[in-house]
Design a protein around this ligand. Sequence first.
Ligand code: ADP
Ligand code: 3PG
Ligand code: MG
Length: 408
Amino acid sequence: MSYHKATVRDVPLEHKTVLVRADYNVPMTSDGKIDDDLRIRASVPTLQYLLERGCKVVVMSHLGRPEAREAKFSLQPVAKHLEELLEKPVAFVEDCIGDKVVQAVKNAHPGSVVLLENLRYYPEEEADNADFAKKIATATGARYFVQDGFGVVHRAHASTDAITHCIPSVSGLLLEKEYVTITEAMEKPARPLVAVLGGAKISDKIKVIEKFVEVADRIIIGGAMANTFLEYRGTNVGASLVEHDQTEVLDGIYHAAREKVGEEGIDDFLILPTDVAVAKEPTPDATRRVVAVDDIPANQKALDVGDKTIEKVAAAIDEAQTVIWNGTLGFAEIPAFAHGSARVALELATHPDTVSIIGGGDTADFVLRWDGHGGASFTHVSTGGGASLELMSGKKLPGVESLLGAKK
Ligand code: ADP
Ligand code: 3PG
Ligand code: MG
């Protein structure tokens, strides 16, 4: 599938100053260490590409949702980590506009990297402010802007939208790879296409569930989301996490599903758990007790899919040619309730010919911890949470639409 936007390969950026938007919004530990570096590792190919061409590379990002300039939101630890990954010094600037940036870019050698401080220290970033974007463009003196922050392209912010009105703007290699991999799997998948959907809430993922009803051959529902489906279908889910206000949404989902597969095919198309692992609370010392969904005790919570359901999920994955997975199938932060998610990861890792695409912050975290090979056991671990969901739903992404089109 050809990508509809120009990329770094399409413009003569050799020896130029190039401004790159990355998404270094990475989870940090309470003592200020990077907890998961997927997004930093994923930015390396584009940076290498530019460095090999003698560019001065100026990188900008946000981190978290700061309300003030607080050390815990500083990108300084990312600069250190990037230095190790690139095996090159990365000059960190304590601002993203103004004289400090001008000086740092002036002092930088061609073939070197400058990382700017958190864009969200300025409210103008999220306000998509044109003057702020102009200040970034003039301070860096960049001749090209490269959007490579896939995780943030669903936002119309100064660094994803307004900046593209100041500097000729193209895609980086990560953005292109994410976009093409996800779009291809949604639009022209090797079939059967199985969607594995879980996580906390239906309300976060309505559009993507609706889309999968359209495009998938089977949908497996797990996580707390399954409780809401089960309750809608008349099951008493005890003290489980459940959303009671989703009746209309579920009416719509079941209506569309029946139109597609008929009443008789519905339970094999929208696959709900038949058994679940329950406990009073998801505490580290809780024991896993599996019950049929009709036997969930009133004071207990369904925290994972049960063993029979796990076998059914594994069989569906075994038959699939493409699996798209978003949302853990249980409270996977606690090993006793990570059985369902671990089995999905295992099935995908042991079916290397099956295209496996994993999206969602918590799901990506889980598989990276499970994998131990940095995600190499899967076809694609997306760096996008909200962005991958919006792309799968078929929504246009403002940070992509704003870029120059590909030459026909
Ligand atoms: P992602 O970030 O991958 O899109 P979500 O944020 O939607 O995933 O959901 C992940 C969260 O859902 C995790 O914190 C997990 O503990 C929670 N979760 C999954 N299943 C359950 C459950 N049965 N009960 C309570 N929480 C659950
Ligand atoms: C993300 O982590 O989803 C992106 O970095 C966007 O962050 P935001 O949800 O704070 O806009
Ligand atoms: Mg999440």
